[in-house]
Structures are given as structure tokens and as C-alpha cells.
Ligand binder design. Structure first.
Ligand SMILES: C[S@@+](CC[C@H](N)C(=O)[O-])C[C@H]1O[C@@H](n2cnc3c(N)ncnc32)[C@H](O)[C@@H]1O
Length: 236
């Protein structure tokens, strides 16, 4: 069967006010979506495999309300203590409660409300850099020049870039259309299939990567997730 063509449409969560009840409900649904995609164990596995030494600073781009990163921190904090994690999103969504939950694990969460393309300037002068940058359900918002520019930017930010994105195929699309049966709201019922249609398969992310000197790893992980890792050869 021919692969599903990639198609980007605006996701409703991206245009709603952060405090809109539909947006808040959809962000709650994202926790369930991430669980169904096994995104936490898959991303934690990629991080453990590709980040050679315990990191001191991690950047997440498109971090949303930080709950996905918190889930990762719970899986990683024992082996990786005392991490500072910068949670970049153009919406200011990370609550004090989430920051306290990071602190309870011994991690310092620093929310940063900025557009990803404002990096690295948005970090301020003298930022010491990152050991790793990751994205979950974020890269699929971009295509063409913007996606290539974003990947070039991430390559400048850290020696390891990890992404977990929707795997684009008919089975994922069907599963995303069934989320309503699990109680997902109207925004999620629109955005989940839209995200699958904008997702990746094969080596599509690797094909957009232009920064030299990185080893690329890209594969389907679990039923619904496209995993990507770019690791700078020779470390930093
Ligand atoms: C589908 S959500 C994923 C959130 C989180 N990573 C998770 O897995 O729960 C995508 C996030 O990307 C953010 N976003 C979209 N475009 C962005 C941009 N250009 N710069 C920064 N954040 C952006 C949105 O505000 C949204 O919070």
C-alpha cells in the first residue's frame, strides 16, 4: 500500500488561548496520548542510549506544560541526579506545582516562554549550553525550509538531539481517530489525526538533517512513534 502523504494543517491547540477550557482539556488528553504512544519509555530509552555521561543541562523545545518532561525526569532522576532542564514553549504553561514536582526529584526546571526560532538568543548571554536537546510531538509542526532550519538550530544547541514524533501510517491514523472513545475532547479529536498526517515515517527526519558530523538514528518505536536521534561524532 502506498505511504500516506505528509500533510500539515493548523492544530487547534496552537491557536486557542492557553486558559481556554478546551485547550486545558486537550493538554490533559496529551498525557493520555503520550501514554498510549509509549512516548515516555521510548524517549527515556533514546536518551539513556545516546547521552553518554549523566547530563547537567537538558533543553526541551515545544515543552507544553512540562508534564511530559516531568514524566521523563521520574524515569531518569535516579541515574541522572541534579539536572537543570529548560522547558521552552511559546506559551507560558508550566505551573508552580510542576516546578515543585521537578524539585522533589532533585531537578531544577526553568520554563522559558519563547518561540523556538528565537534560540539561542532567548537563552541570554553566557548560557553554558546543553548536553542534550529533545522534542516530543513538536517537530511535526514544521516542514520544508522551516523544518531544516529548526534541525540546524537544534544541532547548534547540543551534541545530542532526540525527538519522538507521530509515526505516519494508516494504523496510527485509525488509532488517533478512536481517541474520542476514550473521552478525548473536540480539540484532541481534531489534533491527534492531524498530527499523524503531519508525522514522519522511513528516514524522513534524517533526510531533512543538514548539520555535518552527526550520526543519525531513525526508526519506528512501538506502534505509533517515530524516534529520531542525532549524535555528534566525537562528543562535544
Ligand atoms: C503537541 S504540544 C506538545 C507538548 C509536549 N511536548 C508534550 O508532549 O506534552 C506542542 C507544543 O509546541 C508548542 N509550539 C508550537 N510551535 C512552537 C514554536 N514555534 N516555538 C515554541 N513552541 C512552539 C505549542 O505551544 C505546544 O505547547
Amino acid at each position: 500500500m502506498a505511504p500516506l502523504p505528509r500533510r500539515l494543517v493548523t492544530e487547534r491547540l496552537d491557536v486557542l488561548e492557553p486558559a481556554d477550557p478546551l485547550a486545558m482539556g486537550s493538554r490533559r488528553d496529551l498525557v493520555l496520548v503520550n501514554r498510549l504512544m509509549f512516548a515516555g519509555p521510548i524517549a527515556a530509552g533514546l536518551l539513556r542510549r545516546h547521552v553518554a555521561a549523566p547530563p547537567r543541562r537538558i533543553l526541551e523545545v515545544g515543552a507544553g506544560d512540562g508534564r511530559f518532561a516531568l514524566h521523563l525526569a521520574k524515569r531518569l532522576a535516579e541515574r541522572w541526579p541534579g539536572v537543570e532542564i529548560v522547558l521552552l514553549d511559546r506559551q507560558d504553561l508550566v505551573t508552580a506545582e510542576t516546578r515543585r514536582a521537578f524539585a522533589a526529584l532533585g531537578w531544577l526546571a526553568r520554563p522559558l516562554a519563547a518561540d523556538v526560532f528565537a534560540l539561542p538568543g532567548a537563552l541570554g548571554m553566557g548560557d553554558p549550553g546543553f548536553d542534550c536537546v529533545f522534542a516530543n510531538l513538536f517537530l511535526h509542526h514544521f516542514e520544508g525550509d522551516a523544518l531544516r532550519r529548526l534541525l540546524r538550530l537544534l544541532a547548534q544547541m547540543a551534541p545530542v538531539v532526540i525527538a519522538t514524533e507521530p509515526h505516519r501510517d494508516r494504523a496510527s491514523l485509525l488509532a488517533s481517530r478512536l481517541l474520542g472513545l476514550l473521552g478525548a475532547n473536540a480539540v484532541t479529536r481534531h489534533d491527534a489525526p492531524a498530527s499523524v498526517r503531519a508525522g514522519f515515517c522511513g528516514r524522513e527526519l534524517s533526510a531533512q538533517w543538514e548539520a555535518p558530523g552527526f550520526a543519525l538514528h531513525e526508526a519506528r518505536h512501538g506502534p505509533f512513534t517515530q524516534g529520531f536521534a542525532a549524535v555528534r561524532e566525537g562528543g562535544r
